[in-house]
Design a protein around this ligand. Structure first.
Ligand code: COA
Length: 308
């Protein structure tokens, strides 16, 4: 598939909440959270909204790609925490950035959402005759947390990220592997109007078992080996999950950049925020092979290999 990422952007809420801050309001500690998850802080939306952060991330991605909003053909937003039931987040962003020629809609695949949105946008570019797509992952999960449940609320954070995709003659998406298992939806869920509930150990076991298999499947489809990959961008849920995947793939941890220490788990926003931060640091070079992998509620999972 000939699709390139030519722009990225992200937005985090102003309020940074450390583990010690949480220790002031509930029975927890920096040591407990950091040793089990790798998280030391997260950003929490107070004034910010899912739509507002998405708009900022999208604006930055367009600027970064040096493209004007009228040239955007498709906007796909991945979120489980849009500000409104309807319209979709993507439609509000369309208005805010002035992308009057785009078709806009949302995808809910929880923490895998950005990856599924990216794959969907790439298919539209390849088969739909479109040229340019904006893919957004954005969450204000803090609004879905039970702040008296220390086993969940310490893990998550808010934010938004966006990637701009262009149909291209070269490089692009080399392969994809996606899956889901609805039988297990109860291990991570949030009822309407209620709070997020999770069986942490079940989710942990699922992730360390499934992510390496799905990355290996994507590698095989691309005719590649793990050694050929420059960077593995995994959903930022937990440092121990990433370390376990690195070990299973026999790859050094340095190839697995992380930001969950500062952002926590931002669900669908985690991959595009990480991607935008690395892009800003100049970590991607033309021709680099990058694996993106998401996993989460559904259960859902996926891996996509991109040539930068
Ligand atoms: N601070 C202090 N203690 C806490 C705590 C907190 N924030 N949260 C839970 N505990 C306590 C529990 O109450 C339990 O106490 P008990 O033994 O007296 O009952 C103890 O710590 C151990 O809890 P447990 O759930 O067994 O911990 P764990 O080692 O499995 O770690 C997770 C919990 C959530 C960190 C871990 O299961 C995990 O990371 N799972 C994956 C979650 C994830 O990534 N989800 C998103 C995927 S998209």
């Amino acid at each position: 598939m000939k699709v390139k990422i030519t722009g990225t952007g992200s937005c985090l809420p102003k309020l940074r909440v450390t583990n010690d801050d949480l220790g002031q309001i509930m029975e927890t500690s920096d040591e407990w959270i950091r040793s089990r998850t790798g998280i030391t802080a997260r950003h929490i939306a107070v004034e910010e909204t899912t739509t507002g952060m998405s708009t900022e991330a999208a604006d930055k991605a367009l600027k970064n790609a040096e493209i004007s909003a009228e040239d955007v053909d498709i906007i796909i937003a991945a979120t489980v925490s849009a500000d409104k039931h309807l319209p979709g987040l993507a439609c509000e962003v369309q208005k805010n950035i002035g992308a009057e020629n785009a078709v806009a809609f949302d995808i809910n695949a929880a923490c895998s959402g950005f990856l599924f949105a990216l794959d969907t946008a790439a298919l539209y570019l390849e088969h739909g005759g479109y040229q340019h797509a904006l893919v957004i992952g954005a969450e204000t999960l803090s609004k879905m947390m039970d702040w008296t449940d220390r086993s969940t609320c310490v893990l998550f954070g808010d934010g938004a990220g966006a990637a701009f995709l262009t149909a291209s003659e070269e490089g692009g998406i080399l392969s994809q592997s996606v899956g889901s298992n609805g039988e297990k939806w109860e291990v991570l869920s949030c009822p309407k109007g209620g709070y997020l509930q999770m069986n942490g150990q079940e989710v942990f076991k699922f992730a360390v078992r499934t992510v390496p298999l799905c990355v290996e499947d994507a590698l095989e489809k691309a005719g590649m080996k793990a050694d050929d990959v420059d960077l593995f961008l995994l959903h930022q849920a937990n440092v121990r999950i990433l370390q376990s995947v690195a070990k299973r793939l026999k790859q050094p941890e340095e190839k697995f950049p992380m930001n969950m220490n500062e952002c926590g788990n931002t669900s669908a926003a985690s991959l595009p925020i990480l991607m935008a931060q690395l892009d800003e640091q100049g970590r991607f070079h033309r021709g680099n092979k990058v694996v993106l992998s998401g996993f989460g509620a559904g259960l859902t999972w996926g891996a996509t290999i991109i040539e930068w």
